[in-house]
Design a protein around this ligand. Structure first.
Ligand code: MN
Length: 435
């Protein structure tokens, strides 16, 4: 830093020689002084960084550290040379392998039963839309905020992990890999990049799904009877890290472009899926087809969720966000318990306190409960090639409102909020104690 500042200043020196010499001398002194000062400021942290951490630990401390957070030398499934992070050879006895691994890693497995890894991501290249990367950052920040509050892990993937699974199929390889990378996680939660968590307090009702392995938004009759493409939405799904899911994801992926017969399959399968807008065999058609064909095999472990906005349709949500904000603000004004300052770590617990004000309402059309997830299907924030049924302005303003609506719930814990959901730049300090 000192170097850059000094050389930058030298360029603007006067041409007068005597002045130049004098100036150079005094400037060099200043530079020397600056570098000493600069060094002394950063000296403490730099010297700490240079020392390898293990050298400061005694032998006793080292053994304590090993027992606290060990990766013990016992062999696990990771040592099996056949272990694969991708499709083709799903592991056998995965549930038992995970159980053994967790037994060997008790500190990592502690509290297991509700552990969730969020997997999300985007394409490897920069976005085509000039605001695409900015939107992706905000959409990702939203998921990171949610996970910081609720204690989930996040894996953001921006690589095609399988060369023959690009585009809509690209979500399956990272989900499959995350199941292996996180044996401690009970659930992998796929969230498309175009989704916004719009209720930061709500926790996934995992207890409700205790007998199921796949949770996905949709309608049973539309999947199993009508075989409609709109019967479910694969933009968001929760999949249990277990053998059943390994098997399902193997079969599901086999409909994708990695299968040399993919085009042939498309010709037979796509006509069977009703309401399909395009002739390609996408991951959503494949799942509708698979579940309807093999309901007996998979159906009883699939929870088709429509009891709340597990994947809320943005057009039915964004126009209500201001009025929902006002209703929530009213209940906070009426209740000192809801209005108080609190640490971010416990903010999720306030969802229960809020329930008495939400009786009789819901998160759908006409209701004023915060929708859990708002899904901007068809808005394509990265490419900007939104569906012709929408306008660029409706997608843009919808996303801005949803992101600011969600972020207000986060900023609240930091003492601020955005009074105007369409003005991302302006924040106000929050009045906590006004009656
Ligand atoms: Mn989507």
């Amino acid at each position: 830093m000192a170097k850059t500042m000094c050389s930058g200043k030298l360029l603007s020196f006067s041409k007068d020689k005597s002045y130049l010499v004098g100036s150079i001398v005094s400037f060099l002194i200043l530079c020397g002084l600056w570098s000493v000062l600069d060094h002394s400021w950063s000296g403490a942290s730099a010297s700490a960084m240079e020392k390898p951490r293990y050298s400061v630990l005694g032998k006793d401390e080292q053994s304590i550290n090993r027992s606290k957070n060990p990766d013990p030398p016992e062999k696990t499934f990771y040592d099996d040379p056949k272990l694969s992070y991708t499709f083709g050879s799903p592991p056998k006895d995965w549930d038992e392998k995970r159980r053994v691994w967790m037994k060997l890693h008790p500190s990592i497995a502690a509290g297991d039963g509700g552990k969730v890894v969020v997997v999300t991501g985007s394409q490897p290249q920069p976005c085509e839309s000039p605001v695409g990367d900015h939107l992706l950052l905000r959409l990702f920040k939203n998921k990171v905020d949610y996970c910081r509050i609720h204690g989930c892990e996040v894996f953001y993937n921006n690589a095609f992990l399988h060369p023959k699974m690009p585009s809509v199929w690209a979500k399956l390889p990272p989900v499959r890999a995350a199941m292996v990378a996180h044996p401690e996680a009970e659930w992998v939660w796929w969230l498309d990049s175009d989704t916004v968590v719009t209720d930061m307090e709500l926790q996934l009702p995992l207890e409700k799904y205790r007998n199921h392995n796949l949770v996905i938004n949709g309608w049973e009759d539309m999947v199993y009877e009508k075989k409609s493409w709109f019967g479910l939405n694969t933009g968001i799904f929760l999949i249990r890290n277990c053998q059943w899911s390994m098997d399902l994801i193997e079969v599901w992926s086999s409909f994708g472009p990695l299968n040399p017969d993919h085009e042939k399959l498309a010709k037979t399968i796509v006509p069977e899926v009703k309401d399909k807008l395009f002739s390609n065999l996408d991951e959503q058609s494949a799942l509708v087809y698979l579940l309807s064909k093999e309901k007996e095999k998979w159906g009883d472990k699939v929870y088709i969720e429509n009891g709340y906005s597990f994947s809320g349709y943005w057009l039915e949500i964004v126009d209500r966000l201001e009025s929902i904000s006002r209703r929530y603000a009213e209940s906070e004004r009426a209740d000192a318990g809801l209005r108080r300052r609190r640490s971010e770590k416990v903010s999720g617990l306030y969802a229960a306190l809020r329930e008495r004000y939400l009786k009789g309402t819901h998160d759908g059309k006409g209701g004023w409960r915060r929708p859990f997830i708002t899904h901007f299907t068809g808005c394509q924030p990265c490419s900007g090639h939104f569906s012709p049924s929408y306008t660029a302005e409706s997608c843009r303003s919808g996303m801005e409102r949803a992101l600011n609506f969600a972020d207000n719930q986060v900023l609240r814990n930091y003492g601020f909020f955005r009074p105007d959901l369409l003005n991302s730049s302006f924040v106000s300090p929050l009045q906590f104690d006004s009656p």
